[in-house]
Design a binder for this molecule. Structure first.
Ligand code: TYD
Length: 206
């Protein structure tokens, strides 16, 4: 069982997933929790190149290829072996992040990014993808409240980008209804955590 988590910062997905994982472990399920980009030493090195603020000259297609490279290394070293052992793998961000960020928001095209990723993943799609959906403006306000700071001009400039990311995620959920579950992340922490556990359980027990 391969479960992926998608959605922006400020969507509360970390808290919700921590809760769901602890409940699943109590029930005796073996869970491997991991994240992208990264998750293994080589993949983490690639992550550092991608996220390095000094790499301002990074070309958009280079970025997309690096995410795909990091993804493949992580699959080979961590995800595939764990799935083979019958474990449940829960991964923070996967393929759909590339489709939404690089394909949608950066404008490289979802189909192009899908092609690159088919090569990288050999067609490994998640069994379940939880999309923690929230209006970016609300997510941003939550982050600002947590960090005790005002929303600044740069944050607002990013809004357009994050709206594009969100819309692409919602289109992907329509395209792949068999694996996507949308969690309304504007609800309370308890409700989001509860919906997360329910969605995971109903897929695991299917
Ligand atoms: P990270 O600090 O892990 O963000 P978060 O806590 O929000 O998950 O940084 C990952 C960033 O990389 C995040 O902004 C989303 C972006 N990303 C892509 O653009 N494409 C991808 O394929 C992946 C996996 C992430």
């Amino acid at each position: 069982m391969f479960i992926t988590l998608e959605g922006p910062e400020g969507s509360g997905k970390t808290t919700a997933v921590n809760y769901a994982v602890s409940k699943l472990e109590e029930m005796g399920y073996q869970i491997v929790r991991t994240r992208e980009p990264g998750g293994t030493p080589i993949a983490e090195q690639i992550r550092n190149v991608i996220l390095d603020k000094n790499n301002t000259a990074m070309d958009e297609r280079t970025e997309a290829l690096l995410y795909a490279a990091s993804r493949r290394q992580h699959l080979v070293e961590k995800v595939w072996p764990a799935l083979k052992e019958g474990k449940i793998v829960i991964c923070d961000r996967y393929l759909d992040s590339s489709l939404a960020y690089q394909g949608g928001a950066r404008g490289l095209g979802v189909e192009n990014i899908l092609n690159v990723n088919n090569f990288a993943t050999e067609g490994t799609f998640p069994d379940l993808t939880l999309l923690f959906d929230i209006d970016p403006q609300i997510g941003l306000a939550r982050i600002a409240a947590n960090a005790n700071r005002e929303v600044n001009r740069l944050d607002l400039e990013k809004l357009d980008f994050h709206n594009k990311v969100r819309n692409t995620f919602l289109e992907l959920a329509k395209r792949y209804p068999e694996r996507f579950v949308i969690i309304d992340a504007s609800k309370s922490r308890e409700e989001v955590a509860d919906a997360t556990l329910k969605a995971m359980l109903s897929r695991i027990c299917k």
